[in-house]
Design a protein around this ligand. Sequence first.
Ligand code: PLP
Length: 390
Amino acid sequence: MSQTWRPRTRLIHEGTKRSAYGETAEALFLTSGFTYARAEDAALRFAEQQDGYQYTRVANPTIAMFEERLAALEGAEACQATATGMAAVNAALMCQLKAGARVVAARVLFGSCAYILTEILPRFGVEVAFVDGRDLDAWAKALARPTDVVFFETPANPTLELIDIAAVSELAHKAGAVVVIDNVFATPILQRPIELGADVVVYSATKHIDGQGRCMGGAVLSTEAFCKDKLKPFLKNTGPTISPFNAWVLLKGLETLDLRMERHCTNAAQLARFLEALPGVRQVLHPGLESFPQHDLARRQMANGGPLIALRTGGGRERAFEVLNRLELICVSNNLGDAKSLITHPSSTTHSRLDAAVREEIGITEDLLRLSVGLEDVQDLKDDLAQALG
Ligand SMILES: *Cc1c(COP(=O)(O)O)cnc(C)c1O
């Protein structure tokens, strides 16, 4: 690949490995194993003295195309794809932690990330401390002690609160920690954590990278050294491998990611302004709005406000459910990052496992809705929200 190609060109061409047939669309190598012309070749490949594939749990050409294309977009040295976003988060943490280690994380997290940090890691003797991610003094205090890993997502699910990647990475590095960022809500199109100081980036490719709600997938991106020494041995021996079919769908999804994100984000920006002016809405949270509490930080580290909106309807759970039940176009679904606009009530779904008091404290109020803005005509989305909220 030409090193001078710009990101939009790389999204279409990077990583392409044409077979002997010269196909235009990338080939789907739906195979679990590979054959060797001679016994000596098998021995050489196992000794890592010959290029080539052995077994799809270890590597596969279709999966490799997806990994190389995503790495080029992210500006990362290396990428490893996984079966789901949660497999990526779990592997990024487990591959480098051991008993006695210390993790500092932001307290507003995707439900399953919170489960790994609060339920699984402590069972193996890992200490986990939580901070208010928006508060740099809280990070500084928590990172005054030696720490192994810092983990957070920004924008965070579901309140969209932001964390200053550059500032927290600097504090984390002084404490000796590896910074792992879940960049799902921004996608590599809007925010590039490695350029801002992060060490490892994880994705649920199930979301905007697929973008049409078809396949589960995930990815971990970092340096060549981290991937080769820590991540790859963990993945290859524990087996959360993505199906080559899913990797193929996601690879083709990358080709249109930039184009789709443009529409997702302009629709979201227009809808956020529309909702702000609509009576019957208590609060609209969208990083692109001037009224967003961390709007300045959004402008510093994100290309725009992103594809998600959080809104508070007022009137508690009862009114929030009423609004959801009146929607005719926007689908009630806990997924996000689809061509179809999807809306969910986090406190009764994605974040229902949390203690009610903790939920209120971190802003997951009973009237909060999370809207993943799709690719529809924005006027139809406005009409639907206006009739549902009216
Ligand atoms: C969806 C999501 C995940 C988990 O990804 P899966 O592909 O569903 O396993 C992790 N983090 C965030 C922020 C997500 O939105």
